[in-house]
Design a protein around this ligand. Structure first.
Ligand code: AMP
Ligand code: ZN
Length: 144
């Protein structure tokens, strides 16, 4: 519990929320912005800032709930054809609430709503060597 955290206040019940799921470890509630109808957030009850702070134990308690929440949202409305799952970490990644959260954004059509999930294609700028160098740096930092 962090006193100045809006999501901790939601967990405590000090700020109202529209809950969709709760257990000892997590809370899922509607995102106030409702980017598309059904836009939901899943948060750990333990205050951690971002993905970098999960240990395996907390991850298994929290992140394993993602498919269950995803299925419930999908099944809640036959008009929901797809679902984007997003997680912003750090200001540079457009995180605005610094209590870790997973976004579930239902998709009704590809382009008939306010939200587009578009990854820039920079593939032409990278050689196989460039890709191998990037991957090698990541591999040497895996905690396995
Ligand atoms: P992010 O930009 O990834 O940190 O997302 C933070 C999200 O929290 C935004 O989509 C906000 O709409 C949402 N949010 C902020 N305050 C509340 C609140 N009181 N209840 C529900 N959602 C909230
Ligand atoms: Zn918090």
């Amino acid at each position: 519990m962090q006193t100045d955290c809006i999501f901790c206040k939601i967990i405590q019940g000090d700020i109202p929320s529209t809950k969709v799921y709760e257990d000892d470890d997590v809370l899922a509630f509607l995102d106030i912005s409702q980017t598309t109808p059904g836009h939901t957030l899943l948060i750990p009850k333990k205050h951690i800032e971002n993905i970098f702070e999960y240990d395996d134990e907390l991850a298994s308690r929290v992140l394993t709930k993602i498919p269950m929440i995803a299925r419930a949202i999908k099944q809640s409305d036959p008009a929901i054809k797809g679902l984007n799952i997003l997680n912003n970490n750090g200001e540079e990644a457009y995180q605005s609430v610094f209590h870790s959260h997973i976004h579930f954004v239902p998709r009704f059509t590809r382009d008939n709503d306010d939200f587009s999930m578009h990854f820039t294609d920079n593939s032409a700028k990278y050689s196989a060597t460039d890709l191998n160098e990037i991957a090698a740096k990541i591999r040497t930092n895996l905690e396995v």
